[in-house]
Design a protein around this ligand. Structure first.
Ligand SMILES: [Zn+2]
Length: 208
């Protein structure tokens, strides 16, 4: 799905259960419509990489389709080292990635609350960890943490406004590095099929 209007009544997108699954269910309930404007596919012929302090996100051309490999290593008994490679297709996304919830530490939630943030934050909309375990009940997947990182990366790459072909490897990254990576991809896409110079066309397509 690459064309949809979402109306928000408030300053941020509601967190719901901390995953993308409620949105996927709503999209399926609303249904899909095939339109007569082609999807913009972004094919970049050169490798792209951003890295900092042992964290990295890299792209290599390998189409058609998008594959994401993600690796995390959190010094926590429930998380530890997790690695996942997934070909991003509607069925894989809906069943393996979308249900993975955001996660955080109870101590950080307390700190956010003290600043008036995350006021809706509870054990029902995140995987909440303490020093040794999970406070919020059973995990949806043993590797729910790395699956959620893939979800985060896909959301950040949506800023490109195009369907990307290739293989992405991310290592210990997060939103800040994802955004830097999306900017590097956009810069590398100039002159390539679906590149940023086709933005006017993209905006027209968005209004269709
Ligand atoms: Zn997230």
């Amino acid at each position: 799905m690459d064309n949809c209007t979402i109306e928000l009544d408030g300053p941020e997108v509601p967190i719901l259960d901390g995953s993308a699954l409620p949105f996927v269910r709503l999209f399926h309930a609303a249904g899909f419509e095939r339109q007569d404007v082609p999807v913009i596919r972004l094919s970049i012929s050169e490798p792209v990489e951003v890295s900092r302090d042992g964290r990295s996100v890299s792209f290599r051309p390998d189409g058609p389709g998008l594959t994401i490999s993600y690796e995390i290593d959190f010094p926590h008994p429930v998380v530890g080292r997790q690695e996942l490679t997934v070909a991003i297709r509607p069925e894989e996304y809906s069943t393996r990635i979308a249900p993975a919830r955001t996660f955080g530490f109870a101590r950080d939630v307390e700190a956010l609350r003290a600043r008036g943030l995350a006021r809706g934050g509870s054990l029902h909309n995140a995987v909440v960890l303490d020093e040794t375990g999970v406070l919020s009940g059973p995990l949806r997947f043993r590797d729910e943490f790395v699956r959620h990182k893939v979800l985060d990366l896909l959301g950040d790459l949506a800023l490109l406004g195009a369907v990307l072909d290739g293989h992405i490897h991310a290592r210990k990254a997060g939103h800040a590095l994802h955004i830097e990576f999306a900017r590097a991809l956009a810069a590398a896409s100039v002159g390539q099929p679906g590149g940023v110079e086709s933005m006017p066309e993209r905006k027209r397509a968005a209004r269709r």
